[in-house]
Design a binder for this molecule. Structure first.
Ligand SMILES: Cc1ncc(COP(=O)(O)O)c(C=O)c1O
Length: 379
């Protein structure tokens, strides 16, 4: 048997990782500014995280979802406190798509409605409801059913005002659109959407799978707009590589037995990983670091030739070039040993480093990037 080849992969075998540094099996050293699609929040192989997971594995590696797991309460309490949602409820699952799937299902259980409002160029994952709310034709299966979803341009207040009615179950929106190339919803737009949702009895679902967990300098990107969603979804940085996702649910939504379920969600190991991540974010002030380093990075990018637009907040940064970015990313990787990310918009490079990235590491990236873009312009 061999892997089913659904990804374009770099031919590099990583043998060791620490912080933002990777080593391959040939002895090359790399700087990781992408963290496997924003997954690496506290840095690769953080010692506190490794120690917690190792101890947990030696202690109780086993898992059963029919007994109480105290670690789930510890995680919920810690996450509630650090995120600013202490009175919300937490449902644990295994990925971002699963979190959005459960969020949409929960919304329809709650208000009995079916219609969903989502946004152009959105990405919410590849399970059935999540993909139906995703605007990316290349991942829609022919069997997919999205008749109940209305797609509107991001930041189109009038469009939402016209489309939302007493049949609208939920509005689902990314805190910052990631896959499409780092696009921010306007503050006024989010405020208006939140108020329209309240008026119509529609639930507001904030997908913070990529933009959450401190990446933008606040725990959630929507907190820059001061709005309060009914449901918030998380994954990626939550486990720093361990597959764990979650749905944060307003106290106004009541749980009923068997409403949602999962075999693996909320295991001892997943909770241990997620708790260790929150402990490090708090102890090392990583949200503050994300805010400061993000501003530093965006400032340093200004004036580099070949850049059309710099978008983002904190350490979620999109650099739109004047032409497709694939050859630039290749050069950054094979000549300068730096990993960057791409987007569905072919001209945009995504930078999603660990929240513990340092000024020195950003300087290394800027020098290499400037060199790559300048030599390209001269040639
Ligand atoms: C905003 C957003 N939502 C959901 C997902 C899906 O997450 P997963 O790949 O863990 O299912 C992603 C993945 O890139 C994402 O960026």
């Amino acid at each position: 048997m061999k892997p089913f080849e659904v990804y374009t992969l770099f031919d590099i075998e990583i043998s060791k990782a620490l912080g933002s540094t990777l080593w391959d099996d040939k002895g090359n050293t790399y700087l990781d500014l992408y963290g496997g699609h924003a997954v690496i929040s506290i840095g690769h192989s953080h010692p506190h995280y490794v120690a917690a997971l190792t101890a947990q594995l030696q202690n109780i590696g086993f898992y059963s979802n029919s007994i109480k797991i105290g670690l789930q309460n510890t995680l919920a309490e810690k996450l509630g406190k650090l995120s600013g949602y202490p009175d919300y409820q937490l449902f644990l699952c295994n990925s971002g798509a699963e979190a959005n799937e459960n969020a949409l299902k929960l919304a329809s259980f709650h208000n009995g409605r079916k219609k969903i409002i989502a946004f152009a160029a959105s990405f919410h994952g590849r399970t059935s409801l999540a993909v139906a709310a995703t605007d990316n034709p290349s991942i829609l299966a022919p069997i997919n059913e999205n008749d109940n979803v209305v797609f509107l341009p991001l930041n189109d207040i009038d469009g939402v005002e016209k489309a939302i009615d007493e049949h609208t179950c939920a509005v689902i929106i990314e805190g910052i659109q990631g896959v499409s190339g780092v696009r921010l919803p306007d503050v006024e737009f989010l405020e208006k959407v939140a108020s329209l949702c309240r008026d119509k009895g529609t639930l507001l679902i904030l997908d913070e799978v990529q933009s959450g967990y401190g990446r933008t300098g606040k725990f959630f990107a929507h907190q820059h707009a001061g709005i309060t969603p009914d449901i918030i979804t998380v994954a990626k940085g939550m486990g720093n590589g361990f597959p764990v996702g979650g749905v944060l649910i307003s106290p106004a939504i009541q749980a009923k037995k068997e409403m949602l379920g999962t075999t693996f969600g909320g295991s001892y190991l997943a909770c241990t990983a997620a708790i260790a991540v929150l402990e490090v974010i708090e102890k090392e002030n990583l949200m503050e670091n994300a805010r400061i380093m993000g501003s530093y990075l965006r400032e340093k990018l200004k004036g580099i030739p070949g850049i059309k637009e710099i978008r983002g907040q904190g350490l979620m940064v999109g650099i739109e070039l004047e032409e497709p970015c694939a050859p630039i990313r290749q050069k950054m990787l094979y000549q300068h040993f730096i990993f960057t990310g791409s987007a569905s918009n072919k001209n945009t490079i995504r930078i999603l480093p660990s929240l513990a990235i340092t000024k020195r590491e950003i300087d290394v990236f800027i020098a290499a990037f400037q060199n790559t873009l300048t030599s390209k312009v001269v040639a």
